[in-house]
Design a binder for this molecule. Structure first.
Ligand code: AP5
Ligand code: MG
Length: 226
């Protein structure tokens, strides 16, 4: 059941370090608020697997643990939102954008164009020490973005998606070396956004170091409350 009938759109951001559970928490937000899940990582991985020159360039950037440039990211996101009915009517949760202060400023402009504003920024907090174990066991269904974990959230049939039965894969950037670089980039370039959104009074901190569905009700009420 969704809460979005006849209501103003919900605009949310979920942020946190790699492997902190951003993508895992999004289906609950999508179901509860009836909004779209916009994962810029998933969008980029689709381009990366397209076999084009741009795809190869993006794939190299992702595998290096660095970021795709801000202008390309804003353009890709803007085009997606403007052409997606759910985004334009019900709203969205941004997972992976913004990742730099420049992207946050670009998003402020985009929100003005949408005549709306981001209501909540959910910060997934987890110690760095838990991250490698979470990421190294991750299995994904590329077509839907559904995420599993071989130990913490295994699929019903080994290496198969529960819904479609398609094969699950490991992400190319899910290896200890790239994870170290992704974490470094996060702390350098994305962590300053915590202060950016705390100052606006819209930051909600959520401890995601517990079980996958732990505190789900509290999680959703913290996002609904003003
Ligand atoms: P992206 O795909 O966004 O990767 P990320 O930020 O590194 O985050 P992850 O997807 O790895 O982690 P997550 O927090 O979603 O964790 P998950 O829920 O899957 O971006 C990839 C790359 O694309 C970037 O490095 C960059 O190069 C590029 N990019 C993307 N956006 C960009 C932008 N805006 N600008 C520039 N470049 C951009 O959970 C991880 C695992 O843990 C799963 O297996 C899950 O089952 C398990 N798990 C989750 N929660 C729990 C729990 N509570 N208990 C036990 N297990 C759990
Ligand atoms: Mg993710």
């Amino acid at each position: 059941m969704t809460n979005n009938n006849h209501k103003a759109p919900h605009y949310l951001i979920i942020m946190g370090p790699p492997g902190s559970g951003k993508g895992t928490r999004c289906p609950a937000l999508v179901k509860h608020f009836g909004i779209a899940h916009l994962s810029t990582g998933d969008m980029l991985r689709k381009v990366a697997s397209s076999g084009t020159t741009l795809g190869t360039q993006i794939s190299q950037i992702i595998d290096s643990g660095k970021f795709v440039d801000d202008v390309t990211m804003e353009k890709m996101l803007r085009e997606y939102i403007m052409n997606d009915k759910t985004c334009m009517t019900a709203g969205f949760v941004l997972d992976g954008f913004p990742r730099t202060v420049k992207q946050a400023e670009m998003l402020d402009t985009l929100m003005q164009d949408l005549k709306g504003s981001i209501q909540k920024v959910i910060l997934c907090e987890i110690p760095d020490s838990l991250i490698i174990r979470r990421i190294c066991g991750r299995l994904v269904h590329p077509a839907s973005g559904r995420t599993y974990h071989e130990e913490f959230c295994p699929p019903a049939v080994a290496m198969r998606d529960d819904v479609t039965g398609d094969a699950l894969v490991r992400r190319a950037d899910d290896n200890p070396e790239t994870i170290g670089k992704r974490l470094e980039t996060y702390h350098e370039q994305t962590a300053p956004l915590i202060e950016y959104y705390a100052k606006k009074g819209i930051l909600v901190r959520v401890d995601t170091s517990g079980g996958i569905d732990e505190n789900l009700t509290e999680f959703l009420s913290a996002i609904e409350s003003k």
